[in-house]
Each structure stands twice: as structure tokens, then as C-alpha cells.
Design a protein around this ligand. Structure first.
Ligand code: FPP
Length: 235
């Protein structure tokens, strides 16, 4: 969608997905504990949701916790789980006020009963909202998602699939593929994020650490996206 943003005509992607990296480094640089970076990171998620919607982005997906993140020190994992739980519960009012539809993707069986309850409640309450489609990837891995989808297909007795059938069993069945994937903190890897869905996505890497990420950085990413010629393998 073409939109005038701060005097500039930009092609705004419908769906932006973000690998929010650099919380730990941000905190360490400030002489704080790594978890302080995650708390700051959660606040940034909230402001970026608002900014994204105001720019005309309809879907925003963020990578909060990967299937590999369990390997982190146990204290950090517990703090993150506590943070997610509080976020899902405390932000409900805000999500409702901002008319956001919230979805969680990932393997819920690995998350606590408390978190599962908060997820169910949040998804149910926000299901009718028509503003930003905000998706949080939690205990998510792209390969794991595909394996879970295949196992569910098998359980349903399906013996042969096409792309559309497999897609409909993914956690993201209801949401379009991302047009643009942003990764912060200078790392340039996919890290098992939305492997199936990013087949044709544009990637944008920035050295900015996630807790420092602002509207202006989001616009830089949208500008880069705008300037690229998308050919989908054709000419
Ligand atoms: C990567 O930084 C960040 C994470 C593994 C966690 C992401 C979580 C948040 C931004 C906060 C909560 C989000 C929501 C949606 C409530 P890192 O720890 O890998 O940083 P480093 O690479 O500098 O060590």
C-alpha cells in the first residue's frame, strides 16, 4: 500500500515480522542485568505496535522466544516466562483499547498452564478486533512448526498434501506471509523464524539493538523495502 509518511511516498508492507535481538547486549552496555534489556524490549514492542499501525502496517509478528531459547541460563528463562505471562495479562486492556487482534504462534505444549490460560483468554477476547493483527512467536521454531503441522495432517488421516494443505496446518494459517522481515542488533541470520512463510520475504538488517529501536528505524526499514524491486522469481 502506497502511503505518504513524513512527506515521503512509501510502499508500506502489509505484514512486517521482527527478530528482536540485542536486549542482552543493550543491558550489559548499561551495566545492567541482561533481563533489564528484556523488560525494556517489551516496552519497545508496545510502542512499535502503535507506530506500525499508524504507518499502515496491518500485521506485525515478533519473535519473543524460540524453541532454542530454553538453552539459556535457567534464571533468564524464568524471568522471560514471567515477563511473557505479565505481558499477556497486563496488556489485555491496552490491546482491547487499541482494537488489536492478538495471536500466539509456537508450541504451546511447552509453555506453562498459566501462560496457556492467558493466551486462550487474550486470543478469545481480542478475536473480534479489527485493528493491528499482532502475533507473538513464543516457544516457536520454524522447523518445529512444520513438523507439528505434518503430524497433525497424519493424525487427520491425510496421505498426500499440496502447499495449500500444509499451509493450512501451520500456526500462521490465518495470516498472510510477511513481506518484510527485520532483524536488529547486526546479526544476519534467520534463526528458525517463519521458515516456510519467508520464502519470498525481503530481509532488512540493522545494527540498532532492539531496546533502542524506534519509529524512525521502522521507517528506515520500510523505505528499504519500498526501494526494492520485487520479482517473485519472474522478470
Ligand atoms: C533477543 O535478545 C531477545 C530475546 C530472546 C527475547 C525477546 C523478548 C522481548 C523483546 C521482550 C518481551 C517481548 C514480548 C512480546 C512480551 P538477546 O537476549 O539475544 O540479546 P543479545 O543477543 O544481546 O544477548
Amino acid at each position: 500500500m502506497e502511503k505518504m509518511i513524513d512527506g515521503e511516498l512509501l510502499n508500506v508492507p502489509e505484514h512486517v515480522a521482527i527478530i528482536m535481538d540485542g536486549n542482552g547486549r543493550w543491558a550489559t552496555r548499561q551495566g545492567k542485568k541482561r533481563t533489564a534489556g528484556h523488560y525494556r524490549g517489551a516496552e519497545v514492542v508496545e510502542t512499535i505496535c502503535e507506530d506500525a499501525w499508524n504507518l499502515g502496517i496491518k500485521y506485525l509478528t515478533v519473535y519473543a522466544f524460540s524453541t532454542e531459547n530454553w538453552k539459556r541460563p535457567q534464571a533468564e528463562v524464568s524471568t522471560l516466562m514471567h515477563l511473557f505471562y505479565r505481558y499477556l495479562v497486563d496488556y489485555l486492556d491496552k490491546f482491547m483499547k487499541q482494537n488489536m487482534r492478538v495471536r500466539i504462534i509456537g508450541d504451546r505444549s511447552g509453555l506453562s498452564a498459566k501462560i496457556n490460560e492467558a493466551i486462550t483468554n487474550l486470543e478469545k477476547k481480542s478475536a473480534g478486533n479489527t485493528g493491528l493483527n499482532f502475533t507473538i512467536a513464543m516457544n516457536y521454531g520454524g522447523r518445529d512448526e512444520i513438523v507439528r503441522a505434518v503430524n497433525r495432517l497424519l493424525a487427520d488421516g491425510v496421505t498426500s498434501v499440496d502447499e495449500a494443505a500444509l499451509q493450512s496446518y501451520l500456526d500462521t494459517a490465518e495470516i498472510p506471509d510477511p513481506n518484510l522481515v527485520i532483524r536488529t542488533s547486526g546479526e544476519e541470520r534467520v534463526s528458525n523464524f517463519l521458515l516456510w512463510q519467508t520464502a519470498y520475504s525481503e530481509f532488512y538488517f540493522t545494527p540498532v539493538l532492539w531496546p533502542d529501536f524506534t519509529r524512525s528505524d521502522l521507517i528506515d526499514a520500510v523505505r528499504a523495502y519500498s526501494s526494492r524491486n520485487r520479482r517473485y522469481g519472474g522478470i
